[in-house]
Design a protein around this ligand. Structure first.
Ligand code: PLP
Length: 454
């Protein structure tokens, strides 16, 4: 690596991918189909995946920490899910009718998620938060909702505000009326929440990621969740836990099961559908039943919430979801993912301190968060506490050049991880973790040789 920079080597090693990216650029904005897949100088293209690994179109093997954007808890193509989907396929992919699988899938959600008195299946996390906020508005007759800076709840109009720094800048294309109904508080600030709820009687609900913004990039804790439960109860405001990513991951019962705090509504997706598309809203009967035709009569405003949806509870997702939730119930995958994430965090922290960088690695459960540059002189990575760091710095403020080189260097070393971290799957082995730590060490060495780090 002494004569070629990381990016030059990436261009050569992944040249076939550059050709695909050029074709993709003529079809898709930025050549990608999800913002987070945008990679400079170009993304890599995957052909197949199994266990903890993915293989590129030119057969390069990679250890994966994207974990299907968090949808994969066990690993890629686990045999029990492959069998369930394969068995279902010839029986039909869409009945346009009720089916027994949706009943089993729903009853398994009910069994695992403490707040789930009633459930409605949707197709994604975005649809789930859209439904939950609307149900809260119907239930309370109020129009506003409160969210926290940095917390991600999908991309529909209301929730996409305040996700990325600078958190105050409105996203264009969102009507003023919607912006006016969105109240954004700093994360973990219970006084700000109390103040907002006291001064604004129009707030219908509070929504948050109960393991913190972007699965703990800006972490939160049980103490804050308990305070929030109390404050929302005191003000008659609906509390929504967005467990799209933490659900079935933080514990079999999600973050609410782990912390023993029950929200009024819960949004679910990702692991719920076993690696296939799917989502759900679960919660108090009186709230979720506003979808029922019976609400037409009982709701003071005399209307039910309309909810069609072509692919709601489609049989393939239901089959995959059932197979996944059977594994989730055992709690065994959680022990594995938490253990390997802890091992990985510890290994990466050691590398950072050996190289004397002002970087940090932190996280909880199966999360591994990488912060490139905290800017505090003499602070060892081993002593870094994300709660003592400004939340604005924790999310999205990394140096673009360092991020690109870290990402490309890790790929060249056989590791597919975002520059701000990833998630473990039960399929990750100790050997995978050791290889990842070695790749991190090697990449930082290359970045130093390229003059990007001192
Ligand atoms: C906490 C949270 N809520 C909502 C969403 C949106 O889910 P989807 O991508 O399925 O629309 C995500 C996706 O990453 C998420 O992590």
């Amino acid at each position: 690596m002494s004569t070629h920079t990381i990016i030059e080597k990436y261009q050569t090693t992944f040249s076939k991918h550059r050709e695909l990216a050029q074709q993709a650029n003529a079809i898709f904005p930025d050549g990608v189909t999800h913002d987070n897949r945008h990679t400079e100088p170009f993304p890599i293209y995957i052909d197949r995946a199994q266990g903890s690994k993915k293989w590129t179109v030119d057969e390069i093997e990679l250890i994966d920490y994207w974990s299907g954007h968090g949808a994969l808890l066990l690993g890629h193509s686990p045999p029990e899910i492959v069998a369930a989907v394969t068995q279902q396929m010839p029986h039909g992919t869409h009945y346009g009718a009720c089916h027994a699988l949706e009943v089993e899938w729903g009853s398994r959600v009910k069994e695992l998620i403490p707040s789930a008195e009633r459930i409605r299946f949707v197709n994604s996390g975005t649809e789930a938060t859209l439904m939950a906020i609307r149900l809260a508005r119907m239930h309370t007759g109020k129009s506003k909702f409160l969210k926290f800076a940095g917390h991600f709840h999908g991309w529909h109009d209301a929730v996409i505000l305040g996700v990325n720094p600078p958190f105050e800048t409105p996203v264009s294309g969102i009507p003023e009326g919607v912006i006016d109904t969105t109240v954004i508080c700093p994360p973990n600030d219970i006084e700000a929440v109390e103040k907002a709820l006291k001064s604004d009687p129009e707030i219908a609900c509070v929504i948050l990621e109960p393991t913190g913004a972007s699965f703990g990039t800006i972490p939160t804790n049980g103490e804050f969740l308990r305070q929030l439960r109390q404050v929302t109860q005191d003000h008659g405001v609906v509390l929504i836990f967005d467990e799209v990513i933490s659900g079935f991951r933080a514990s079999p019962g999600g973050a609410q099961g782990y912390y023993n705090i029950t929200p009024d509504l819960t949004t679910l997706a990702k692991i719920l559908a076993g690696g296939l598309p799917g989502g759900a809203v679960a919660g108090k009967e009186e709230l979720v039943n506003l979808i029922s035709i019976k609400a037409e009569k009982s709701n003071a405003r005399g209307k039910k919430m309309p909810h069609p949806g072509t692919f709601n509870a489609n049989p393939l997702s239901a089959a995959a979801g059932i197979a996944m939730l059977k594994q989730v119930k055992t709690g065994i995958p959680h022990e594995r993912v938490n253990r390997s994430a802890k091992m990985l965090r510890e290994g990466l922290i050691e590398v950072i301190d050996q190289h004397k960088l002002d970087w940090a690695v932190y996280g909880e459960f199966s999360g591994v968060k990488i912060l490139i540059g905290h800017g505090v002189d003499g602070l060892r990575a081993a002593d870094f506490d994300p709660y003592s760091c400004d939340y604005r710095q924790l999310k999205g403020s990394s140096d673009a050049m360092l991020s690109m080189n870290l990402r490309c260097g890790m790929l060249l070393n056989g590791i597919d991880i975002a520059s701000n971290g990833g998630m473990t799957m039960a399929a990750h082995t100790d050997d995978d973790v050791q290889q990842t730590v070695a790749a991190f060490d090697q990449t930082i060495g290359w970045m130093k040789a390229d003059g990007l780090l001192s």
